[in-house]
Every structure is written in C-alpha cells, then in structure tokens.
Write a protein that binds this ligand. Structure first.
Ligand code: NAD
Ligand code: UGA
Length: 460
C-alpha cells in the first residue's frame, strides 16, 4: 500500500515505541519511523525481545513492524524524509546548575530541535509528545526559526497521558487526546493534520484542542493532581495506623462520593515512576520562577508526603522486627514501580532496599519482569543482595516478606507453603495491601499492612 503520509518519532522509549506502534496499527496507510540515539534500543525494537514490557505491545508490534512501522538509526535521513515529527525524548529532572533537582533538563529536547533544523529540507510539523514546562514550545520555535526564511516549522503540543502497564489500552481508548496549537492559520492547519490521524480510532468529542501553553501546562497539572490523590490517601493511612481506622474502608467511603471518585485512592508505599515526582518538581520550579511561592510549597508537599510514606514503611519494618535488621534475610516481592511493567524508575523499592541494606539486612529480590533493572539500580550499593525470580525460592529461609509491587501474582501465592520455609517468627509487610491479611495471620505470620492495624502474635 502506498503511504499517504510519513511520520517520524524521535525517541524510542516507553512513550515513543508504544504510541507510534498504536498509530501504525490504526493507520495502515501512514508510514511511521521511530529513531533513537541509543542504537541498542533500536536493535531491541527490531528483535523478538522488545526493550520494554507492556501487556499487548508485542502483538501490535508484530502486526505492524516491517509493514508501516520501522525502527531505525539514521536520524539525519529520517528528518529529511518525514514532514510530521513527534518528539518523545526524555525530560528528566536537572541534576546540575540552575534549577538542579527541580527544573526539567531540556538538553535532549533542544538537541533534537537543533537536529531537526540542521537536517530539514522542507517545512515540518513538530509535535511535542514529551512532557515539557509551559512555554517550551516558544523556545523550540526560536531555535527552529533561527534559519530565517528557509522552511516553516509549526510546533504543536500533544502531551501523552498513557500510564505504564496499561499503555496499550490507554492509547487505544484514551480519556482524551489534547492538542495545543497556535490559533493562526498555519497553526490550525497543522492541528487539523494531527486530528486527522487520531480521529481514525478516537471519537471526535475526545479530541480536545487548546492553545499551546494550556496544553503544556495541563500535562504537568494532570500528573500533579493524580500524585496529589496518592499522597492524600497515604497521609491519611498514617492517621489510620494511629487510630484503628482502616484505610481501605475510609477510601471506599470517601471515593463513593461521585464528586471525589474512587480512582487513585489506593494507599501504599508511595508513588514511583519516571514522571510524577519529576513533573511536580518541575511545576514547583515554574511556580517559584513566577514568584508564586505559596503555590510552589503547596505542590512540593505532595512529594514530601511521598517521601515520608516510604520512610514510615521502613521505620515500621524496623520497629516490628525488634529494632534490628542486621543479618536478617528479607525477601522483597516486587521491584517495579507498579504492576505490569519492568520499569523501576523512581520505584519506592529502590529507596526501601537502600535503607534496609544500610541496616545490614540481606535482601533477596524477586520480580517477574524487573530483576535486570533492579540489579542496575542497586549496583554499587554496599550489602548482600540476591535476585531470584521464583517467589517461593526467594522467600525460603527469610525472616520477612515485603510486598512492594502490586503484581496479581503475589495475591495468589500459597502463603502456607511459604510460611513453612521461613525463619520464625515470620513477618509480612504488605506495602500494597493486596493479600489476605487475616488468612496470613491465621497461618502464623505477623502481618503489617498499610493504614490498618497490625496483626501480631506477640502479646506485648
Ligand atoms: P525514555 O527515556 O524511555 O525514552 C526517551 C528516549 O529518547 C531514549 O531512548 C533516548 O535515547 C532518546 N533520545 C534522547 N535524545 C535523543 C535524540 N537527540 N535523538 C534521538 N533520540 C533521543 O523516556 P519515556 O519514558 O518514553 O518519556 C519520554 C517523555 O514522555 C518524557 O518527557 C516523559 O515525561 C513523557 N511521558 C512518559 C510517560 C511514561 O509512561 N513513561 C507517559 C507520558 C509522558
Ligand atoms: C502516570 C499517569 O497515570 C499517566 O496519566 C501519565 O501519562 C504518566 O504518569 C506519565 O506522565 O508518565 P504511570 O506513572 O505510568 O502513569 O503510572 P500510574 O498508574 O499513574 O502510577 C504511578 C504510581 O502511583 C505507581 O507507583 C503506583 O503504584 C502509584 N499509585 C497509583 C498508588 O500508590 N496508588 C494509587 O491509587 C494509584
């Protein structure tokens, strides 16, 4: 089939790969090419073992790869040959200089803009898919228009709202697609091009438009609101532990108010992932930059409560296990930042593992998809760590089990069988509240959930 349009995506990561696979799947007459400076990543996208684990992704890539989806390394040529360019490079928190530990590091974005400018031989639509501070498009436009008079670059903002673990269903059936553009003739024309692509499979009512700045800001705010809900429920879990209230019951009662809603009210060990913390810190930085210090500190507290929740979890382990972990074997079930992904970026498991190792505990880490990343995250940290995929083998001979990721697999474990192989008294610290606590208590475990009374066999 002859391609109607050629689309390029720069950045073949967690967003670039799945989002372009979905466009290729839904628009067989468009030819989509994805490029990356990381050539190992491109090799992996072209192999049988994709670089990221995402339910349903394999199937879509198999259907489209080599048909109208291509993963390539020749960035310069691809810029020349494509007129619609998505940019989904990473925008991590800056670790140096002005704005260190707060602002977004825009060096990858800026390099990409300069590459686009350098290799373009025709006018292009450049679409921000990465999450960026409000007004980034302006900086991009300044770079792209620095070669006066040659070609026109129309910048659109089209933030991605998919979550890892559910990326394919989120991309296939999103709550909304947001497109920000200039309200000029050429801005609206570019916007119409993008709407044409999404309307192949997404209802027109779900494709919303705005000015570029609202679109950029909406993405940061959406993540901040989601993270804020997690911090809100986690803050209340601390109060539940002091008052014999049960956080699941409170969340259910509160969430049934349709004005509040029941999503993102699961208490746990705090949010992880590459985006929530980064995007809130970016928001905080922007507010400070604009002199809004009260607004900045309001949002900064969402991150502080998240850190507090992880500290509290470690303190509960230490207190529950008689104030010392030295020489004790602790089995960590789940290292990914959430279920159904192998991604461990900003996973609470990293902080918790580091703290336990500092207490001289020995760790046995288990996860169905994230062991390679876990080993990279903990490399160079002093202490004894083993990585064992099978949860039964991992738990054998341990003093305690910590559940750190909400994998379904852990809900259905045979805890009686596990209990028999553990050192007594045996402990479970359920950082996700996913197992049957009463049952585990009746088996003999001392059980410490989040935001619920502990079930302990000790009389004092
Ligand atoms: P990622 O690190 O997985 O992927 C980014 C890729 O860009 C990397 O493979 C990197 O090598 C490549 N890259 C960097 N500079 C490049 C250049 N000049 N040329 C070519 N390739 C280059 O990041 P990600 O998780 O996909 O996130 C990308 C953006 O999307 C971020 O801004 C993030 O905030 C946002 N986002 C992420 C998610 C998510 O679930 N991960 C969801 C929504 C939005
Ligand atoms: C989040 C947003 O949900 C996406 O809309 C957004 O596109 C994405 O960030 C992004 O910009 O990167 P993601 O981080 O992949 O997606 O996953 P979430 O489902 O939001 O979970 C984030 C963290 O919060 C996880 O650690 C999860 O375990 C935790 N969480 C979530 C809770 O502790 N409780 C909840 O009720 C929900």
């Amino acid at each position: 089939m002859k391609s109607k349009k050629n689309i390029l995506c720069i950045g073949a990561g967690y967003v670039g790969g799945p989002s372009m696979a979905m466009i290729a799947y839904k628009c067989p007459d468009y030819r989509i090419t994805v490029v990356d400076i990381n050539s190992d990543r491109i090799d992996a996208w072209n192999s049988e073992e994709l670089p990221i684990y995402e339910p349903g992704l394999d199937k879509i890539v198999k259907k489209t790869r080599g048909r109208n989806l291509f993963f390539k390394k020749d960035i310069e040529n691809q810029i020349k040959e494509n007129d619609i360019i998505f940019v989904s490079v990473h925008t991590p928190t800056k670790t140096y200089g002005a704005g260190a530990d707060m602002a977004a590091d825009l060096q990858y974005w800026e390099k990409t803009a300069r590459q686009i400018l350098k290799y373009s031989r025709s006018s292009k639509i450049v679409i921000e898919k990465s999450t960026l501070p409000v007004k980034t498009a302006l900086a991009m436009e300044k770079i792209l228009s620095s070669a006066k008079g040659k070609f026109r670059f129309e910048v659109l903002s089209n933030p991605e709202f998919m979550a890892e673990g559910t990326a394919i269903s989120d991309l296939e059936n999103p709550d909304r697609v947001l497109i920000g553009s200039h309200q000029t003739k050429s801005g609206l024309k570019a916007r119409a091009e993008l709407i044409k692509i999404y309307s192949r499979w997404i209802l027109k009512e779900k494709i919303i438009t705005s000015n570029i700045w609202s679109s950029e800001l909406s993405k940061l705010v959406a993540n901040a609101f989601l993270a804020q809900r997690v911090s809100s429920i986690n803050s209340i879990s601390a109060l539940c532990e002091k008052t014999d209230a049960d956080i699941s019951e409170v969340a259910e009662a509160v969430g049934m108010d349709s004005r509040i809603g029941n999503k993102f009210l699961k208490a746990g060990i705090g949010f992880g992932g590459s985006c929530f913390k980064k995007d809130i810190l970016n928001l905080v930085y922007l507010c400070r930059y604009y002199g809004l210090k009260e607004v900045a500190s309001y949002w900064e507290n969402v991150v502080k409560i998240n850190e507090y929740q992880q500290e509290r979890f470690v303190a509960n382990i230490l207190n529950g296990m008689f104030g010392t972990l030295a020489g004790k074997k602790i089995c960590i079930l789940g290292f990914a930042f959430k279920a159904d992904t192998g991604d461990t970026r900003e996973s609470p498991a990293i902080y918790i593992s580091q703290k336990l190792l500092a207490e001289h505990a020995e760790l046995i880490i288990s996860d169905p998809k994230a062991l390679k990343n876990a080993a990279a995250d903990l490399s160079g940290i002093k202490g004894k760590v083993k990585y064992i995929e099978d949860p039964y083998e991992a738990a054998s001979g341990c003093h305690a089990l910590l559940i750190l990721t909400d994998w379904d697999l852990y809900m259905n474990l045979d805890f009686r069988k596990i209990y028999k192989t553990m050192v007594k008294p045996a402990f479970i610290f359920d950082g996700r509240n996913i197992i049957d606590h009463k049952k585990c208590f009746s088996i003999g475990f001392n059980v410490y959930p989040i935001g619920k009374p502990a079930l302990s066999h000790f009389k004092i």
